[in-house]
Design a protein around this ligand. Structure first.
Ligand SMILES: Cc1cc2nc3c(=O)[nH]c(=O)nc-3n(C[C@H](O)[C@H](O)[C@H](O)COP(=O)(O)O)c2cc1C
Length: 130
């Protein structure tokens, strides 16, 4: 589902992660630690999340856009699972601490991408592409 271009964009860009609470209040945050682990799943490191994590506990649906949407005009939608131990958590801790030794991740968030839409201005804006 994720092309090589999409995977590279997710890994190299800041990613905007949108969630919503159970009453539908939206929340969006910029996240640096985001990387694809295969063609469908994105690992996100939770170091500082508050509303985002609360929202994911109430409603696991997420939407993501990379900062450089001009070059990579995609809207990703999927479902998140939160891990506070186990292999995904350990991978998240190792990755984050290799970059910044002082950070203490609280959880690893694994997002399975289910739908991808174009946000490219023009006739294809909003069109589902995968
Ligand atoms: C450039 C930048 C990168 C960030 N990267 C991360 C990150 O990788 N992980 C994280 O948990 N928070 C990161 N944050 C913090 C979140 O954007 C946000 O402050 C945090 O989730 C609390 O907001 P919330 O209560 O809406 O979740 C980053 C913030 C900025 C400005």
């Amino acid at each position: 589902m994720l092309t090589d271009e999409m995977k590279e964009a997710i890994e190299k860009n800041l990613v905007f992660v949108a969630t919503a609470s159970s009453d539908g209040t939206p929340n969006v945050v910029p996240i640096g630690f985001t990387r694809p682990i295969d063609n469908k799943r994105i690992l996100i490191v939770d170091v500082f999340m508050k509303k985002t994590l609360n929202n994911l506990e109430e409603n696991p649906r997420v939407s993501l856009i990379v900062q450089n949407a001009k070059e990579h005009p995609y809207q990703f939608k999927g479902t998140a699972k939160v891990f506070k131990s186990g292999k995904f958590f350990e991978e998240a801790v190792e990755w984050a601490q290799n970059v910044m030794s002082e950070v203490e991740p609280k959880s690893a968030i694994l997002v399975t991408i289910e739908e991808i839409y174009s946000v490219k201005p023009g006739p294809d804006a909003g069109k589902r592409i995968k």
